[in-house]
Design a binder for this molecule. Sequence first.
Ligand code: ADP
Ligand code: MG
Length: 242
Amino acid sequence: MASVTRPLSVRIDKKEFPSVGERPSNHVLENISFDVDPGSFVIITGPSGGGKSTMLNIIAGLDDDYDGQVEFGSQGPNIAFVFQSPRLLPWRTVYENIALALPPDDPRLANIPELLKRVGLTEAANAYPEMISLGMQRRVALARAFVLEPDILLMDEPFVSLDDPTAYALRELLVELWSRRPTTVLFVTHDRAEAVMLGTRILRLSAGPATIAEDVPVQLSVADRGDREKVRAEQRRIFGEA
Ligand code: ADP
Ligand code: MG
């Protein structure tokens, strides 16, 4: 019964990619078990190549070849996924890329103009992805996720390969969207400052096969998150370094 009040309960006893040709099998995840409280912003961090994306894909239902079980709360999973690359359709406009996330007659389509305004893309609504910057493309991906009004938002390093100010602005935008439309977030990043700025809880994965090495709450108020010194101090507390 406990799982009913949780939006998400994850148990991955083992995930191994089978051997293919010359490539040996790869035991990526081991003995992972955690519950997620509604409305929390959970960071998943750990070594590169350590299994973070693999874990998110399993939670999203994109990979069901593992030992274990992922359970969702009573509302059923209305999941949105923001990938590491924006994954926009090049032959569709910004508006169309967002609209395509929904069925043709969905009432949520009416929210797109407002959402475009929030992410600063009203002027770019009719532009094609190749005409806009990577930062703008990532904003489209954010809007496409939020238009779904998801119960669970899965994000896999959604702000990588951006310069600092652009990444910072996108984090602020994400926090704003999130506070207007609260949802449970699982956010993968290897950026420790980003983890502390955004997360309410941080899961650190160990080296392979990855298990949860640490599960720590972030002790920062909303106001503290805009203060670089406090973010740095919390980063030192959690990760033990600058
Ligand atoms: P991370 O996201 O933490 O950087 P990944 O989950 O992408 O790590 O990858 C974890 C490990 O699993 C890596 O060694 C990677 O090479 C391997 N891997 C990922 N996807 C596949 C796949 N489809 N087939 C075989 N091995 C894979
Ligand atoms: Mg990854």
